[in-house]
Design a protein around this ligand. Sequence first.
Ligand code: GDP
Length: 404
Amino acid sequence: MDIIVIVIAIAVVAVLAAGGLVVGSRRRKQVPPPPPAPRTPAEPQVGEEAGEPGDEQRRTIEEVDLPGEPEAAAGTVVAEPPPPAAPELEVPAPAAGRLVRLRARLARSQNSLGKGLLGLLSREHLDEDTWEEIEDTLLTADVGVQPTQELVERLRERVKVLGTRTPEELRALLREELLALVGTEADRTLDTAESVGPEGAEVPGIVLVVGVNGTGKTTTTGKLARVLVADGKSVVLGAADTFRAAAADQLQTWGERVGARTVRGPEGGDPASVAYDAVKEAIDEGADVALIDTAGRLHTKTGLMDELGKVKRVVEKHGPVGEVLLVLDATTGQNGLVQARVFAEVVDITGLVLTKLDGTAKGGIVIAVQRELGVPVKLVGLGEGADDLAPFEPEAFVDALIGD
Ligand code: GDP
C-alpha cells in the first residue's frame, strides 16, 4: 500500500515537472535561435552597418518579449546599437580656382551690378539722368558712397575720351575700373606660417576666426579647415565659441569629415582656455595650423574687447597669431560695415571673409568693406556646400560681375 502511495506521488511530481518544462520551453521558443556566430557589439566587423536586419530583430526580442529579463535572453545577443562607424574622410575640392567654378553663384550680383552698368553705359545719350542711374546702381549694390563717386567720375572721363562706344570697349573699360577699385595689389594669401615658440618648439600657424554669430562664422571655420586640408595642411580646430550651444558640435562634425581634431571645452566655459588648449594640441600633434572659432557675442564693445583680446593674448603665449579673419554676412549691407568697424577697433583684423555672396545682389560690399577697413577680402562664401568657400580672386570676381 505504502509503495503504491509513493509510486503515485512520484508520478504526480513527474507530471508537474513536465508541465513546467513545457511552459519554460514555450517561453524559450518565443526566442528565435541564436545567430550562428554571436558578435560583440563593441567590435563591429568590416562591412557591418548600423541597423542591419539582424540587429533590429535582436532589439525586438530584448525590448518586446523580455522586458527587464536580460537573463532570459540567454543565447541571444543583447544588441546595443553599434558604435557609429568612423566617418570616411572626405577629399575637399582644390582651393585654387574655386571662385571661377562658383562664378554662377554671383548671378544676382551680376544682374544688378555688371549687366545694369553695361546697359546704362551703352545708351546712346549719356545724359545726367543716366549718370544718376549709374550712381544709384552702384550704391544699391553696396559699393559705398566714396568709391561710387570715384568710379562715376572715372567713367565719365573715359567715356568722353572714347567717343563712340562699342560694347566690347565699354566692357573692357568697366572691367578695368572695377578691378582698380577691388584692388589687385593686396596680398590675399593666408598667413599660416609656422613659428618657433618660447620653449623652442615648432608652433603651427595660428588663425583666429572672429565675427558676430549668425554671419556664418562657425560654418566658415569648418569650410576653411577644408581649404587648408585641400592645400595639404594638417589642422586642429579650436571650438572657442563656447557660448553658442551647438557651435562645438557643428565644428567637430566639420573637422571629422577631413580628419581634423577639435578641441572643445564645457558650454559657457572660458573661450581663451579652449583656444590655448587647441594651439597646444596642434603643437603636440605637430599640426600645420591651429584654426580657432571664437565667441561672437557683440553685447558691448568692452565685453567683446575683453573676450577677444584675452583669447588673442592667451594664444600668443604659444606663438604669434598669423591671421585674424573677420567673417561678415554680405547680405547685411550697412549693418555689416558697422560690425566691421567695431571688430576692427577691438582686434587687428588681417583679412575679411564675406559670406552669403550667393544670396545677394550686393556684391559691391567687397569694395566698400575693404575700403572701410583697409584690409583685403581673402575668402568669399558662395553657398552652403562644404566646398563653397573660395579664395578671393579680384579678376575672377569682376569677370563674374560683368559677365563674359
Ligand atoms: P555663426 O552663428 O556665425 O557661427 O553661423 P553658422 O556658421 O552657424 O551659419 C549660419 C547659417 O549661414 C548656416 O545655415 C550656414 O549654412 C549659412 N551660411 C554660411 N555661409 C554661407 C554662404 O556663403 N552662403 C549661404 N547661402 N549660406 C551660408
